[in-house]
Ligand binder design. Structure first.
Ligand SMILES: [Zn+2]
Length: 393
């Protein structure tokens, strides 16, 4: 940690200490501002000067044992605040919450996260901040953003806004940059796609950036070749089914219950460009059920609201969607249902009539037959699917 109390009870901060000040500090005794235990000043030549407990801090959310990356990022954020004269508190202990954010800027609680923290802990901290009027802002260290997958931890830090889609913040202490990964999408195979905006540290006022994050407009579009995507998903499922992959077998089970085969579904089922990471388990359960529901009303008119309610009930009853600590469940369900309806329109299963009324045009026959090398070759659908932020919904 970068702060401790001296014998007089004054808070001492190690960032920007002159050599003389540091020499003075070496003579003094320091204490943890939270648990009161004596802490040691560690100011050698290799690591960033910091305080460390001699034994374990009795405070559960201890900031002890911080990595060099963590200390460096904290220092860089302090520099950033100071260069714009933004008032901040380092490692301020919030007694009501029993939490200690790395940096507090107004009601924004910045938590720099460089190592894996249990999902339960992230959830608890995030919710406690929110319940007490703070805006938690997790900044992921390189451990997280180097990975090309949406791990559980990244999901826990993920935020959502209509202008950015799903997004999270990260920082690169080597390049001294703050990064926003936004418009996150994940396909059936688990590949993650995203847009990325990079700000060098100290390049713009930090408080404005964080306060207005929901309004940031970083126009971003991604174009997918539909047939390629469908074929990739289809081949992935076929391969996994062959080796009896547990996850894919569970998809197959969903299909069986509806008297369908995983590899003989309508192409719409293989369209998984952007939605994968919001599901707790197979999306096929929702897709099969929705298909069945539409089938019962073949040729009739249906309101968006009716489709939405059907999906909502299923999502809640079967706990189909992941709980993101900082995004409301309603918001995710609403986003997903819009995506689903959008995809039904792309595949001409729903044809828009007036306003939010659609006609259901479900094809009667099953689509693909097993062992076809390219079942989507002759499809008459749009070539490219474009997803974009800000979202159209
Ligand atoms: Zn302590």
């Amino acid at each position: 940690m970068l702060t401790a109390k001296n014998k007089q009870g004054d808070l001492v901060q190690l960032v920007h200490c002159s050599d003389e000040e540091m020499e003075m500090h070496r003579e003094q005794q320091f204490f943890c501002p939270v648990c009161g235990q004596e802490v040691q000043l560690k100011a050698g030549h290799i690591r960033i000067p910091h305080f460390a407990h001699r034994s374990l801090c009795s405070f559960a959310g201890s900031v002890d044992n911080e990595s060099e990356e963590h200390l460096a990022l904290k220092e860089m954020f302090i520099d950033w605040c100071e260069s714009y004269k933004i008032s901040y508190q380092v490692e301020a202990y919030l007694p009501d919450l029993k939490q200690r954010p790395d940096l507090l800027i107004g009601n924004i609680a910045i938590e720099v996260q460089c190592s894996s923290l249990g999902l339960g802990k992230i959830m608890k901290r995030t919710r406690t901040y929110l319940a007490n009027g703070y805006i938690p802002l997790w900044i992921c260290g390189e451990h997280f953003w180097h990975k090309q997958e949406m791990g559980e931890n990244i999901k826990a830090f993920t935020l959502f806004s209509k202008t950015l889609g799903f997004y999270f913040w990260a920082a690169d202490w080597r390049q001294k940059t703050l990064m926003l990964y936004y418009h996150l999408e994940e396909n059936l195979k688990g590949q993650v796609y995203y847009g990325r905006k990079v700000w060098p540290f100290c390049s713009i006022p930090l408080n404005q950036l964080f306060h207005n994050q929901h309004e940031l407009k970083l126009h971003h579009t991604r174009s997918y070749d539909l047939k390629t995507e469908l074929l990739n998903s289809y081949r992935y499922l076929a391969k996994k089914l062959l080796i009896k992959d547990k996850k894919v077998l569970s998809f197959q089970e969903c299909c069986y219950k509806n008297h369908q085969h995983l590899l003989q579904l309508h192409p719409w089922f293989y369209y998984e460009v952007s939605q994968r990471f919001v599901y707790t388990h197979s999306s096929f359960y929702l897709l099969c059920s929705l298909w069945q529901f539409l089938k019962e009303q073949q040729g009739e008119r249906i309101q968006f609201e009716v489709i939405s309610q059907f999906c909502q009930q299923l999502i809640i009853r079967e706990k189909l969607l992941y709980t993101f600590p900082a995004i409301s469940a309603d918001c995710i369900a609403c986003w997903l249902i819009n995506q689903l309806v959008e995809s039904l329109i792309v595949f001409r299963i729903l044809a828009r009539r007036a306003g939010e009324t659609f006609v259901i045009k479900l094809p009667d026959d099953q689509f693909a037959s097993l062992n076809q090398s390219n079942p989507f070759k002759s499809l008459d659908f749009p070539q490219a699917i474009i997803t974009s932020t800000p979202l159209k919904i």
